[in-house]
Design a protein. Sequence first.
Length: 609
Amino acid sequence: MSAKNIQPIAQFENLRVEFETRDGTVVGVEDVSFHINPGETVCVVGETGSGKSVSSLSMMRLVEFGGGSIAGGKLIFDRAKGGPINVANADQSLMRSIRGNEIGMIFQEPMTALNPVFTVGRQLSEGLRVHKGMNNAEARAAALELLEKVRIPEAEKRLDQYPHELSGGMRQRVVIAMALACEPRLLIADEPTTALDVTIQAEILALIDRLKRETGTAVLFITHDMAVVAQVADRVVVMFRGNKVEEGPVEEIFHNPKHDYTKALLAAVPKLGEMTGTIYPHPMRLLSDGDAKPVPIKGSEEVLLDVRNLVTRFPLKGGLMRRIKANVHAVEDVSFTLKRGRTLSLVGESGCGKSTVGRSLLRLVDPESGSVNINGIDVLAMEKTELHEARRHMQMVFQDPFASLDPHMRLIDQVAEPMQNYKTHSGDELNRRVEMLFDRVKLPRSFLRRYPHELSGGQRQRVAIARALALNPELIIADEAVSALDVSVQAEVLNLMLELQVELGLSFLFISHDMAVVERVSHDVGVMYLGRLVEIGPRHKVFENPQHEYTRALMSAVPIADPKKRKGEAQLNFKAINSPIRPLEYVAEPSVYSEVSEGHFVLQTDSGY
């Protein structure tokens, strides 16, 4: 069958979307046209605010619930029964039967897509009961199968848990399972692998690809990760400020980009292996930098943070009396040091304990044992007033910016709040400092009076970074701080973090699943699995000579920003994730390491991998 005879599943024709704001009408999408054929993956890429998410929300007619309106153009969707309809003027009762059933959507922020008061099992089975007419038992069995499909460990237990009991990556996998539940004709994936580590990301991409091939589902894939685009796309649509600037087959876009913006986008992608042969991190050279040579960041040898034998466990309660039945061994005997002006990155799969390490250091969760010394003072032994003062020197940038910002406060007040709490600035001086922080994170000052919901995901994350910088901290714990950013903004923010590191002598504990980003920014790297550090050492040694089996598996899963180097499902040879849940009588063995070379340590005790 020729391409001309194929009826596209979705067509965007001259789409225009407008938003009414306090400052007047804002055009979210100006004039965008493209189509998606059955069994085809079209990736829409572009900067934060380019209109890529707005386009997808328009096809679902969800854009109206966010204050937008479809001001022009057609949105043609080819239904399984009834043929093509123009979604742009369909009534909402018809859209309710299409949404979740014929068009599935994976949202960017899993916590806002899940209902906090219902169990995972109830939320997963709801769509199956409504659209497929299943009874409770059938829907539960199908929900369990879906959780196993997206590789969630101990799937049966997860059905009865609530979203807040799962890690960010686990929540995203639940959202993906929900979107796949009714085997939709069109799957809209809005940054679906943002919160996932590389191994799960590789498998989810393979899963979506297999679903597409088996069922003929059309996939609209929105992402800022060019390596993911290279892995999954058939065609690529590049958007910039509400307009399509380039469209073409994936090989053409990567190897022969025509538009200047596409070239800049590809130049900003950190590629795994780029730092081979270098010892110190240095900022990326962007097209806007001209011929300026990046300067390596050496840091100092003075120890700022010393963590010894850190153990953090969470009790699991059950039964009528809600007694403690078992413990989640989230962090088990973790030790490391972080030197002033340097970056230590923690990498590993979701649920491995890396975020819990960051939270334990700030006492946002209370560790069971161990010591955390910052400037020689033990944080775990501090009283509340001492801890309040110590936190001035330690700040955290969280994974989900929407959850960490107050929806009822203007951004100017949110960034000013830490300085008001600690009485460091006031009056005009305070306003000037907030403006300077907005300049620093490349946000326009017109955003100062906006609220979080008026910003895109990437813009919100930059507000969170500005707020973390407000008190001039010595240590910033960045928990997936750039995972929600598109590549060009990510590169700028990473460069900004490295510049601030030089200027202010900042130390970063950088928690991430993006191995290419970790390679770019790190002095040292710790690889975590099941709550333990399985390998730690200088970045160049760990990346160029990985010793632990798990580290090697992580490295092999990293997608490469080149469509000629796609990884097939056969190359993704991962074992099932073991559970960190242990019975109460379980006694954890101590972590024993052998030194491979100077500063490069590998775990000797059996981690179960």
